[in-house]
Design a protein around this ligand. Sequence first.
Ligand code: NAD
Length: 272
Amino acid sequence: MEETTTGVIRLRAMARDGILKFPVVAVNDADTKHLFDNRYGTGQSTLDGVIRATDVLLAGKHVVIAGYGWCGRGVAMRARGAGAIVTVTEVSPLKALEAAMDGFDVRPMREAAAIGEVFITVTGDKHVLRAEHFRQMPDGAIVCNSGHFDVEIDIPALTKMARKVVREVRPLVTEFQLRGGKRIHLLADGRLVNLSAATGHPASVMDMSFANQALCAAHLLSHGKELEKKVYGVPRAIDERIAQLKLASMGVRIDSLTDEQKTYLASWEHGT
Ligand SMILES: NC(=O)c1ccc[n+]([C@@H]2O[C@H](COP(=O)([O-])OP(=O)(O)OC[C@H]3O[C@@H](n4cnc5c(N)ncnc54)[C@H](O)[C@@H]3O)[C@@H](O)[C@H]2O)c1
């Protein structure tokens, strides 16, 4: 099983190149994974990390979020809830349109860099924040990553732009003073801020992710031999079972379809 977005992208690339040696289930693709873990888990724990590391007051701060995927929309939603003015940057026209219609300010990073005070990358991509952006940022800008590994922020470029003395101003906050005096604060060496400076996602959202892992392991045990060396989605029945179990654990009950409704929803003759 593979848990996260970037891992699934890598495994699909390996399958495409014919070098994947066993079948894999893309747990991240399950609705009970990315809709909740990536959105609500990363959304909350990323801001938790930023706050624990810096004690910054988000209310009234201009927060720039790179990427409006499942993680990005969670972070954007929570930042707005905390009173921040939120700008989103994207490369996908669809995601950018969603962000705009969700009411966020959307613009290219080159413009956002000049107005942002806190920058959070959640793209899974490389060098999303780089020299041209550091140059635009205001003094005291906070930059961090909650997406992939430590590559989303071009730290070698930032290091090159800085004066020799790079200080740790408080744990997990490194101050880079650029020539000219401007300071940029990098959190957790550009590694996932929610895992470095906070304690990651709450257990009450990881339960669904790990239920996917466990039930897919059981699925592979009984069906693995029939599968090819490819990346498979999580069977819908597993996804739905986890949603049902989670609802039950929360004490939330829902309606079920009547026989009449089942017939209506399955037909093309009625109401067409
Ligand atoms: N911190 C955590 O605990 C945690 C949890 C889950 C996922 N992740 C990681 O976070 C990353 C994002 O995951 P996701 O599920 O949101 O992925 P996603 O594919 O849903 O979203 C990524 C978004 O970033 C956009 N993007 C790509 N390059 C960009 C660029 N240069 N500028 C602006 N936007 C750009 C894409 O268009 C896409 O909309 C992945 O690397 C994933 O592995 C981290």
